[in-house]
Design a protein around this ligand. Structure first.
Ligand code: PHE
Ligand code: ZN
Length: 849
């Protein structure tokens, strides 16, 4: 067990930086066994009269080689170095600091700072990776102008990139060359990036709304050059959308995206030089599913949108992380909604939020959208910061209306361009433009937990009025026992007996609110009275999931059936065998046919019975399959005929989605025709979506021979495609049939598996622990032990990934006492390890609390 606790950082301790860095001049000398980083910083004291405070620079895992103050080399006694910092005493208000550090990118398995991925050098600096490159004020409120020179061997690293514009380049002796980049926009160090490699470049261009020509470049390893068209197309659409919807134009002459295979997250918005996990750039119909296409589209847009919401206006400190992430996720989800089916996108996002963010909010790591403290900031790139943060921004949009929201965002960008600001500043811009007081609304930023909203309706025939009683509460979360009421936007309508929406008259108001309105629930208990209601209506509540809350309304069984008929006409039709109605959006039908995930059902339960949930859900699937078999067959047939050859259009994707959902059901019916059709689809498919759907159905079927043949064939054919092999691992790791753990253990020794590659870890270990619940939760605890062993291994190699893999164990309170004990035993075993990283320590210790 580690003896020292990591320090807790608190929002209330925030202080302005003592010093600022006006200019940062970096020179990197890259070699195979080390890199030298020469840094020249032009600095000055930040305001302040009187004595100059000591200058404390962040730095970690660095070997300091030399240090000079205004050209005076410092001797050993002139400064102090410890594991996290370098301290010197400035003698003048402004000065130049020159530092050389030595690092070893080739040994950097944490993938933070400067590291090697395959044959290329790349960086990842958010949140606090820059301090692993050189000593610096590595905090987002220190913004500086960067000039970067990269020097490396010309043969192995013909491409040398950094942020901004290329201003000079040249040759050196011994086959080396160099390039100098200059970024005119001051930025925090977390947005710094450098790439050196042998990369293929895809070129395109974009003309901005003011007529400026921007060069667009995607850099990939040469074998991936055929897989970039979709990312490039998505980028151009995102650029246009941000101009049209937010009036935001790109600001440099060049925008670069680089794909790397080893990356802890999805992608990173470094100024002018986004670095992407290859899984979020590469997409070709042969190798990527429709889901992967949509992910590429949304991540490319997300990172691009950060250029304004994150880079031009950045965060003052990391407690404000959701300022950029929540807003940017909201922006990218609206973009995706505009590019695809808005309804389907919303259903997907809400299902994801309810299954995963709600679980986080109910667990030991629950934290507000603006956290109050952390040990390791990397642990706070969470679903709460991202997805709930986006819901909070969406609620503002709902409350202020599209126009009010846009005006608020305009003011925010105008007022804070070039600054590092807070969530309060964002809200303040919304308040000032709209003349509203959002004080109470801000509780969404400060209070953790998922609010419960209980609503009851009473009809009073004597007065023709309908009373909607709302009661809100929020369960305690770590460090927050008492919660104050939130502002809950409740989008609603009242339906009459025919399912028609009634005009809404709130008591005391003569004007009708139309047939749909947004009520603001602001009290712990509150009653809304609707008048001129001639018969008992049925309320339709929380439309579009207008707030991230758990809604309870005592609908009767009859009411629910009625709602199913009238809230969404499509639902009942579908279940009545109108799978045959070809006028419906097939993607929507597929969504309706999809049962809630096991993870979501577990989240709903006070104490979840994993096996019962799995069995009942499977049983329902089988029942549906047999009851609707004829309709399923007809749809399968019809969509096959309509299909034709592959197209990437939204309509074609929707058809594939429905057809493959139907195939999944049909494969539960034990018909030899279906098995044949499935095998045929696997063999003959001209795209990965259909091929993969068939493979999943085979893998989860009892047909051993077909299954093994398909798996082998697939692995042989795609062994040179790491992203396809990720899918192959993940399909097997998610297979709920008995023996799951043993299958996963065997796959750990497969030549394509590599525990140092985060995508592989997620595909095999992550998929098993998160999506194969019956096998992971085996009653003998072997699933937990396996995961804990991997976490202990990863703790040494890549603490961020180790910590992320912990999530399933942190939810131990949801399960029966036997499983709780087994899960806690594993957490305790991890806790007892020596050399536990801050990342893992924080999550494990909070989970055991
Ligand atoms: N800022 C990145 C994004 O969401 C995510 C990220 C965080 C990437 C930390 C790497 C490290 O767009
Ligand atoms: Zn982001």
């Amino acid at each position: 067990m580690r003896t020292e606790q990591p320090q807790t950082i608190r929002l209330t301790d925030y202080r302005q930086p003592d010093y600022l860095i006006d200019e940062t001049h970096l020179t990197f000398e890259l070699f195979e066994d080390h890199a030298l980083v020469h840094s020249r910083l032009l600095m000055r004291v930040n305001g302040g009269q009187g004595a100059l405070p000591p200058l404390v620079l962040h730095g970690q895992e660095l070997t300091l080689q030399s240090l000079a103050f205004d050209e005076q080399p410092l001797a050993v006694g002139d400064y102090q170095v410890d594991a996290h910092s370098l301290t010197v005493q400035p003698l003048t208000k402004s000065f130049e600091l020159v530092i050389t550090t030595r690092i070893e990118p080739q040994n950097n398995t944490a993938l933070e700072g400067l590291y090697k991925s395959g044959g290329m050098f790349c960086t990842q600096c958010e949140a606090e990776g820059f301090r692993k490159i050189t000593y610096y004020l590595d905090r987002p409120d220190v913004m500086s102008r960067f000039t970067t020179t990269v020097m490396a061997d010309r043969g192995a690293y013909p491409v040398l990139l950094s942020n901004g514009n290329l201003i000079a380049s040249g040759e050196h002796e011994g086959g080396r060359h160099w390039a100098t980049w200059e970024d005119p926009f001051p930025k925090p160090a977390y947005l710094f990036a450098l790439v050196a490699g042998d990369l293929y470049r895809i070129d395109d261009s974009f003309t901005t709304m003011s007529g400026r020509e921007v060069e667009l470049r995607i850099y990939v390893e040469p074998e991936n050059r055929e897989q970039c068209a979709h990312a490039m197309d998505s980028l151009k659409r995102a650029m246009r959308w941000d101009e049209q919807m937010y009036g935001r134009e790109y600001d440099l002459d060049i925008f670069m995206v680089v794909a790397v295979n080893d990356f802890n997250m999805g992608a990173m918005e470094n100024k002018g030089l986004n670095i992407f996990n290859s899984s979020c750039v590469l997409a070709h119909p042969n190798t990527a599913t429709d889901m992967a296409f949509q992910r590429v589209e949304s991540v490319v847009a997300h990172e691009y949108f950060h250029n304004w919401s994150g880079n031009r206006v950045t965060c003052r400190d990391w407690f404000q992380l959701s300022l950029k992430e929540g807003f940017t996720v909201f922006r990218d989800s609206e973009f995706s909604a505009d590019m695809n089916s808005r309804t389907v996108k919303r259903i997907e996002d809400v299902s994801f939020l309810r299954a995963n963010q709600f679980a986080e909010d109910a667990g030991p790591m629950a934290h507000p959208v603006r956290p109050e403290s952390y040990m390791e900031i990397s642990n706070f790139y969470t679903l709460t910061i991202y997805e709930k943060g986006a819901e909070v921004v969406r609620m503002l949009h709902t409350l202020l209306g599209a126009e009010g929201f846009r005006k608020g965002s305009d003011l925010y960008f105008e007022r804070h361009d070039g600054q590092a600001v807070t969530c309060d500043d964002f809200i303040c811009a919304m308040e000032d433009t709209n003349g509203v007081d959002l004080t109470q609304f801000k509780r969404w930023y400060s209070q953790a937990g998922t609010p419960q909203l209980e609503i009851e309706g009473h009809y009073d025939a004597a007065t023709s009025s309908f009373h909607l009683h709302c009661r809100q509460s929020c369960p305690p979360t770590p460090g927050q026992t008492q919660k104050l009421p939130f502002v809950i936007p409740l989008r609603m309508a009242l339906l009459d007996a025919n399912g028609q929406e009634l005009p809404l008259y709130l008591a005391g108001q003569t004007q009708s609110l139309g047939t749909e309105t947004v009520l603001a629930v602001t009290e712990a208990e509150q009653v809304f009275v609707f008048e001129q209601v001639s018969a008992a209506p049925l309320p339709s509540l929380l439309r579009g999931f207008s707030a991230p809350v758990k809604l309870a309304y005592p609908y009767s069984r009859d009411d629910r059936v009625f709602l199913a008929q009238h809230v969404d006409q499509r639902l009942l039709k579908v279940y009545r065998g109108v799978l045959a109605d070809s006028s419906l959006d097939p993607a929507m039908v597929a969504e309706i046919l999809r049962l809630p995930s096991e993870a979501y059902l577990i989240e709903l339960a006070q104490q979840a019975d994993v096996e019962a949930i799995h069995k009942v859900r499977e049983w329902v699937r089988r029942e549906l399959a047999s009851a609707l078999a004829d309709s399923f067959r007809a749809v399968f047939q019809r969509l096959e005929e309509a299909g034709g050859s592959y197209s990437a259009s939204a309509e074609a994707m929707a058809r594939r989605s429905l057809r493959n959902t139907v195939l999944g059901y049909l494969m539960l019916t034990d018909s030899s025709d279906t098995l044949l059709a499935c095998v045929r689809q696997f063999v003959e498919a001209d795209n990965m979506t259909d091929r993969q759907a068939a493979l999943i159905a085979l893998v989860q079927s009892p047909h051993e021979q077909e299954k093994q043949a398909a798996l082998e064939e697939f692995a042989q054919r795609w062994s040179a495609y790491p992203l396809v092999m990720d899918q192959w691992f993940s399909i097997q790791a998610s297979n709920p049939l008995p023996g799951g753990l043993e299958r996963v253990q065997a796959l750990m020794t497969h030549p394509a598996f590599n525990i140092r590659n985060p995508n592989k870890v997620r595909a095999l270990i992550g998929a098993f622990a998160n999506h194969n619940l019956v096998n992971f939760h085996r009653t003998d605890g072997a699933g937990y032990r396996f995961l804990a062993d991997r976490i202990i291994e990863l703790n040494q190699l890549n603490p961020q990934i180790a910590s992320r893999m912990l999530t399933p164990l942190t939810h131990w309170r949801r399960f029966d006492t036997q499983r709780q004990a087994l899960m806690k035993t594993e957490l305790a075993r991890i806790m007892a390890c020596e050399a536990l990283s801050d990342d893992v320590y924080e999550v494990v210790s909070k989970s055991l609390n």
